[in-house]
Design a protein around this ligand. Structure first.
Ligand code: TYD
Ligand code: MG
Length: 456
């Protein structure tokens, strides 16, 4: 019997389905993103074919039982932190990142850590021997880690039912396919159907599932938007390929806040949790160098200190070069324009390069003052006094505004042995003084050089 072939066009960016090819996606506005896929559905969608899905009933909000949401300790402090205090039982988590960044390593490490959880690691990308090799490097701390190399979703579901794990890891969603759809693995319809099936399974059984998804060059996971709204939590694993540091960022979290980050270091034996990011982001130089400033930053609720490096040199050509690594170059240009206008520095004749320690990407506007300090230091070729750090946002008139959570930044600077911190004079006086650190308050950026270079 010839199967009834049904075709449809999908937007590769957002998964929008249309009966004919469209030049521009009416849903996400992306151009030229439609591809044709064969979808031969049998009875309904794959999600509907899972048996034993309990029917839910409408109920009063006051009568809904709480406490169903158990949080599982994964045995990894950084991942627990990003998930908002552990993995919620029955949740579907998408872990995205570029190929080679360490997604498989991170997820295998969760499976192998001695957390007392039975984990099924499903790989469609590597052979069992390859996984064993990696597992030996990481160290096997959990005998309850089961490895299964398979790509057909129906087989995976039946194995999950047989093994009854607490956690399932799907590495990666782009290699999985279901028999109910004819299109190839990695296509929009396959990804959507597989994720929907896994979601149903997770919700009906309370099994937590990690889905690994590759991100394409332009920063989106193939078929990502479809996954992003299906899943409960979206985590992004990022880092500079040349650097050993990796950041796990919460993009969406139905069970907690999304502003937390986890910091890891990629070593020979897997990823090490960096509990204290300042330790890797500050360098101890033998002699003071110009163009280096330290900023006190906050990501999530965790403060850390980070080194900013700037190089200001005479522009060889008409248009000066401006280059920022790990930072929004428009914001850098704005800060340089403020220095030009409010402090009278001749930035229009200078090339400026900006860099952050550890290949970190930062967005915190509270680092404005540290960036400006590094630029001033390099411009005058004068090292900033040792033991000083900065925390403040800079406005267009050159005014220094208080950075969010300044008190935490001050406390972190004091903890790391800094003697002075420059903050906004407009900040309310801290409720309690912090021991061992002098707080210098300035209202305008023009007062910054004096604070940085004062004779002691
Ligand atoms: P991997 O987890 O395979 O990346 P992804 O699944 O995101 O594609 O990570 C691959 C890189 O990590 C590889 O270049 C080697 C490196 N690595 C280490 O440095 N140390 C280790 O212990 C492991 C297992 C991998
Ligand atoms: Mg991988």
């Amino acid at each position: 019997m010839a199967a009834k072939v049904k075709k449809a066009f999908f937007c590769k960016n957002c998964g929008f389905e249309a009966p004919k090819w469209l030049g521009r996606c009416p849903s996400c506005g992306e151009w030229n993103s439609f591809t044709e896929e064969i979808i031969a559905r049998e009875s309904g969608s794959a999600a509907a074919s899972i048996a034993n899905v309990p029917l839910s009933k409408p109920q009063r909000v006051s009568e809904i039982r709480e406490g169903d949401r158990r949080r599982l300790d994964l045995g990894n402090s950084e991942i627990n932190r990003v998930l908002g205090g552990g993995l919620v039982a029955g949740s579907l988590v998408l872990l995205g990142g570029e190929p080679g960044i360490g997604k498989s390593t991170l997820s295998l490490q969760i499976a192998l850590s001695p957390n007392g959880l039975r984990t099924l690691y499903v790989s469609g990308e590597e052979s069992a021997e390859q996984i064993k090799l990696r597992a030996s490097r990481i160290g096997i701390g959990n005998e309850e880690c089961i490895v299964y190399t398979e790509t057909l979703l129906e087989n995976i579901i039946s194995q999950i039912e047989e093994q009854r794990p607490d956690i399932v890891i799907i590495d990666s969603i782009q290699t999985m396919y279901t028999d109910l759809i004819d299109s190839s693995a990695g296509s929009v319809s396959q990804i959507r159907e597989c994720a929907a099936t896994l979601l149903k399974y997770a919700k009906s059984t309370g099994t937590s599932i990690f889905i690994i998804g590759h991100i394409t060059k332009d920063g989106t996971i193939a078929g990502p938007k479809i996954l992003e709204h299906i899943v409960d939590v979206v985590l992004q694993f990022e880092g500079d390929g040349n650097n050993i540091y990796r950041i796990l960022r919460g993009i969406k979290n139905r069970f907690g806040a999304t502003f937390e980050i986890g910091v890891f270091e990629m070593l020979d034996n897997g990823l090490r949790c960096v509990d204290n990011p300042s330790e890797i982001l500050l360098t101890h130089y033998d002699e003071p160098l110009s163009g280096i400033a330290v900023g006190a930053s906050v990501d999530g609720i965790r403060p850390y200190l980070i080194e900013v490096q700037a190089l200001v040199s005479n522009a060889a050509y008409g248009t000066p070069q401006r280059n920022a690594t790990g930072y929004d170059s428009r914001r850098m240009n704005m800060l340089l324009a403020i220095l030009e206008k409010r402090v009278g520095m001749k930035m229009f004749t200078k090339d400026v390069f900006l860099n952050f320690a550890g290949g970190f990407r930062v967005q915190d506007t509270g680092l404005d003052m540290a960036i400006v300090a590094a630029v001033i230091s390099s411009y005058y070729d004068r090292p900033i006094n040792t033991g000083i750090c900065c925390a403040g946002e800079i406005g267009l008139s050159g005014e220094v505004r208080p950075a969010p959570r300044t008190e935490q930044r001050i406390a972190e600077a004091a903890r790391l042995g800094f003697r002075k911190i420059v903050v906004s004079g407009y900040m309310a006086k801290p409720s309690k003084s912090v021991k061992g650190i002098e707080i210098i308050r300035i209202n305008n950026i023009a007062q910054l050089p004096k604070a940085l270079f004062a004779e002691e």
